[in-house]
Design a protein around this ligand. Structure first.
Ligand SMILES: *[C@@H]1O[C@H](CO)[C@@H](O)[C@H](O)[C@H]1NC(C)=O
Ligand SMILES: *[C@@H]1O[C@H](CO)[C@@H](O)[C@H](O)[C@H]1NC(C)=O
Ligand SMILES: *[C@@H]1O[C@H](CO)[C@@H](O)[C@H](O)[C@H]1NC(C)=O
Ligand SMILES: *[C@@H]1O[C@H](CO)[C@@H](O)[C@H](O)[C@H]1NC(C)=O
Ligand SMILES: *[C@@H]1O[C@H](CO)[C@@H](O)[C@H](O)[C@H]1NC(C)=O
Ligand SMILES: *[C@@H]1O[C@H](CO)[C@@H](O)[C@H](O)[C@H]1NC(C)=O
Length: 777
């Protein structure tokens, strides 16, 4: 019985060995990043890429030199060093195309004004001016290559581009280089077909000169242009030739080398309005774009759209086209989800293409698509490794090894399941678990208990990161090296179950760079565990109050952290489709990633909040004393001003490095808030701040922060600013800011109103803020 599979395996090895030798080059994992502040460079997970393109530099209309738009200069100048911090071997490329705003139009074939590029390629002196300046600019900013992104050149332009590439390559080859410096990489974007109408690409020149060409394999069908639904990035199309497979085959038939073709992966899709909700097939009658002006939607936006309007429905992968489809009664969305990306990677491997290039990164800010693309790539690596070891030995040795592998494999599959084979836990959701958390959790991974046990070294104390009321938190490492934090609900905890459920359902819906990302959960064997991305720099409280570590956080870093917290809160309150009140914002819940970006953690206490209602009521007091506003302590009322209050306390701590559990002032009789307020009122605010901080070179001034913080902690929630107001007061020095009234929980009469804070009495009985019942962390 066993002999059949053995020979089958040998056969497979020989087949794959051939593919190994014909395509022995690095698999290219590329992506475009748009140079605007929308998605910070430091948030690019460059570990997932081999090449990253910073887009777009332009060509100057008067001297035809490469020029970087002044508004983007800051990004281009820091791009290379920033992406290399996480992955020193990633190669940054400088991408050129005139007109960042016209990119969408250009990709979809609308006429854009490319007369400058057209003139540049038309004469030898203008080409030279461009080539020389492009290489200088690339070197100046530490880019390792240059990319030309010009998607719809006409026939004259194309033959000129053929000449340009010859000259560009010659210039690159003869560039005097510093020792250890590699020649610049040269790449170009091409359409999915080598010939459209009478226009044909200069294939020979492309083959000769570029390191690779990236195929713009998307935007085939657009809701602004067609009356029938169409798959904009169809891998296959049974009824037409408008597909990636057809295009790639044409390129290869025309003599393009597969090893110089990189497949473009769209990180966006299109929404169409259906004419008839009953007819939602591919090719159904449609009446234009839906959801957005032109129907285009980034992957991130599609995900949240489906979560919020899907009523539990998910997208369906259609293998006939290689696309994910989602229909809600009259809206039809087609996009590349994880399945489509995997299919395209596997297709590219089969066709021996050189890799993929994502367009564009900000649409995949939690890296779901890029990780899906990675899966195919990892399989490829394993294959190569195996082949390198096995091929040199004789056929008999192969049989022996294969037989052994086969036996081992069988035994391990039986005994331990997936983990034994070194694969990662299945990213597919176990339906019953997903159902119990509602559809929002459906993109989370369900982890096996055995995998988590292995990842945390059997929950060893060496791996323990900390302990909260909820249970211990462990550091873990998945087989592929991804680091995780595992929050394990202690079995004795009774109140934790509700918070667990709460955290899964809410956190799964939240995706923002300033919120800690939940990767998945495990509910096996009476266990309840949450698996998060690991935050290497721990939490903010470990720095603020530490006599040595506080110096790590200079003012610039603290401003960055403050901005991160504000962005996270703005997302929770204003920008996501739901409104969420965190209710436990405090220094120990602000986690710091590798680059000291702040991420808000711990949504166990968070509550969904109806946008139409201004405040809600609860009979359960949660939160951490010192961060809880008076109206909540007194009446259980919570509103978005709850988090504003906590933010104010946190901000005072960030600028002062002081705990809010101690008393201050000459008689040590003042709370942190009172102390800050007194000093502020006496114009002695400087005595309050951390003496190590220096804001002289920052536009964000510490005194301004202090004033804003005091506004946030005022007694009356209506007096506190919204997070939007906080944002604009801190961003813009000229925005008017009122004089803060006496803060909450204060005994003294306010100078302005003469009223006494009513909440003093309640708080007096709790002068130890770490009361366990109220502090379930
Ligand atoms: C283009 O180059 C000219 C001449 O060097 C210069 O005066 C002009 O400012 C440049 N334009 C841009 C947009 O950089
Ligand atoms: C295209 O741009 C060039 C230079 O920016 C300008 O001179 C020309 O008038 C534009 N053409 C059209 C049709 O707008
Ligand atoms: C190609 O485009 C350029 C600039 O837009 C124009 O000057 C040229 O005449 C065009 N060539 C053809 C063949 O259409
Ligand atoms: C869509 O259909 C309408 C009428 O059926 C027609 O007038 C219009 O031109 C069509 N639009 C496109 C983009 O084909
Ligand atoms: C697709 O292309 C093939 C080969 O070029 C051609 O024979 C066929 O007619 C085309 N099919 C359609 C539907 O255009
Ligand atoms: C994909 O979609 C087409 C058209 O809507 C449909 O006919 C086909 O059955 C679907 N295929 C799969 C595998 O779902």
């Amino acid at each position: 019985m066993a002999s059949k599979p053995i020979f089958f395996l040998i056969f497979i090895f020989f087949l794959s060995s051939q593919s190994h030798f014909s395509g022995a080059q690095t698999w290219i994992k590329g992506g475009y990043w748009y140079a605007n502040g929308e998605f910070p460079i430091q948030d690019i997970n460059s570990a997932l890429f081999t090449h990253l393109s910073c887009a777009f530099a332009e060509v100057n209309a008067s001297n035809y030199q490469l020029s970087i738009p002044s508004a983007s200069e800051q990004y281009f100048s820091t791009f290379a060093t920033t992406v290399k911090r996480r992955n020193p071997s990633v190669k940054p490329l400088l991408s050129v195309w005139n007109g960042i705003s016209a990119t969408g139009k250009s990709i979809s074939g609308e006429k854009v004004n490319d007369s400058v590029l057209s003139s540049m390629v038309s004469t030898s002196s203008t080409r030279k001016s461009f080539i020389d300046s492009s290489m200088k600019a690339a070197r100046r900013y530490a880019f390792q290559g240059i990319d030309l992104f010009w998607v719809w050149p006409n026939s004259t332009d194309l033959s000129n581009i053929g000449v340009l590439l010859d000259e560009w390559r010659a210039a690159i080859n003869s560039e005097p280089r510093k020792p250890g410096e590699s020649p610049l990489i040269l790449t170009i974007a091409i359409r999915y077909l080598p010939t459209i109408g009478t226009v044909t690409y200069p294939i020979d020149s492309i083959r000769r000169n570029v390191d690779w060409a990236h195929v713009v394999a998307y935007d085939y069908h657009l809701p602004t242009r067609e009356n029938f639904t169409g798959v904009h990035a169809a891998l296959y199309d049974p009824s037409s030739n408008v597909s990636t497979d057809f295009g790639i085959s044409e390129w290869l038939n025309k003599g393009m080398l597969p090893s110089k073709l990189v497949l473009g992966l769209p990180y966006h899709g299109y929404a169409w309005k259906l004419v008839n909700s009953q007819d939602n097939a591919v090719g159904a009658p449609a009446s234009g774009p839906a959801v957005t002006m032109d129907g285009s939607m980034g992957y991130k936006a599609i995900q949240s759209y489906i979560r919020d309007y899907g009523y539990g429905a998910a997208s369906v992968y259609n293998a006939t086209y290689g696309v994910n489809l989602f229909t809600s009664p009259t809206i039809w969305i087609n996009f590349d989800g994880e399945e489509a990306v995997r299919a395209k990677i596997s297709y590219s491997k089969d066709r021996k293409l050189a890799g993929f290039n994502a367009f564009q990164l900000s649409n995949d800010d939690n890296w779901m698509l890029t990780r899906a693309a990675q899966e195919g790539e990892n399989q490829g690596n394993k294959k190569h490794l195996l082949l390198k070891i096995i091929l040199p030995v004789s056929l008999i040795a192969i049989i022996a090894v294969v037989a052994m592998l086969y036996c081992l494999r069988r035994r391990k599959v039986k005994s331990e399941g997936e983990m034994a084979l070194g694969t990662i836990p299945s990213p597919r959701v176990n339906l019953s678990a997903a159902e119990s958390f509602g559809s929002y959790a459906s993109h989370l991974q369900v982890f096996k208990f055995s995998n988590i046990k292995a990842a945390t070294n059997n929950f060893s104390s060496a791996n323990k990161l900390g302990e909260g009321g909820f249970g211990p938190v462990y550091k873990g490492k998945l087989p592929r090296g991804q680091e995780i934090a595992v929050k394990r609900l202690s079995q004795t905890s009774t109140q934790g179950a509700e918070e667990f459920q709460n955290e899964v359902t809410l956190t799964a819906r939240l995706q923002h760079v300033n919120l800690v990302r939940l990767l998945g959960y495990c509910t096996e064997k009476e266990e309840k565990m949450l698996i998060y991305e690991y935050m290497p720099n721990k939490s903010l409280d470990l720095y603020l109050y530490d006599p040595i570590r506080r110096y790590v956080l200079d003012w610039e870093k603290r401003v960055h952290i403050i901005e991160g917290i504000i962005q996270g809160l703005l997302y929770l309150q204003e920008y996501s489709n739901i409104t969420l009140i965190h209710r436990d914002l405090k220094a120990s819940n602000i986690l710091l990633d590798y680059d000291m970006n702040a991420k808000i953690a711990d949504f166990g206490m968070a509550r969904l909040f109806n946008k139409d209602v201004n405040e809600a009521n609860t009979d359960r007091i949660v939160g951490t004393y010192g961060y809880v506003p008076p109206e909540y302590v007194r009446k259980g009322i919570y509103s978005i001003k709850y988090d504003v209050y906590s933010f104010g306390v946190l901000l005072l701590q960030i600028i002062s490095g002081k705990r809010n559990t101690c008393y201050y002032g000459p008689q040590e009789s003042l709370t942190l808030l009172e102390y800050a307020y007194e000093l502020w009122g006496d114009d002695r605010g400087l005595e309050f701040i951390d003496t190590s901080l220096d804001d002289s070179s920052s536009t964000c001034k510490i005194m301004r922060c202090m004033q804003v913080a005091l506004l946030c902690v005022q007694e009356n929630p209506d007096d506190r600013p919204t997070m939007l107001e906080v944002f604009s007061m801190l961003k813009n020095d000229s925005t008017a800011a009122t004089t803060p009234k006496r803060p909450a929980f204060s005994v003294k009469a306010d100078k302005n109103t003469g009223s006494t804070s009513a909440s003093q009495q309640e708080i007096c009985s709790f002068n130890d803020p770490q009361i366990s019942e109220l502090e379930p962390r």
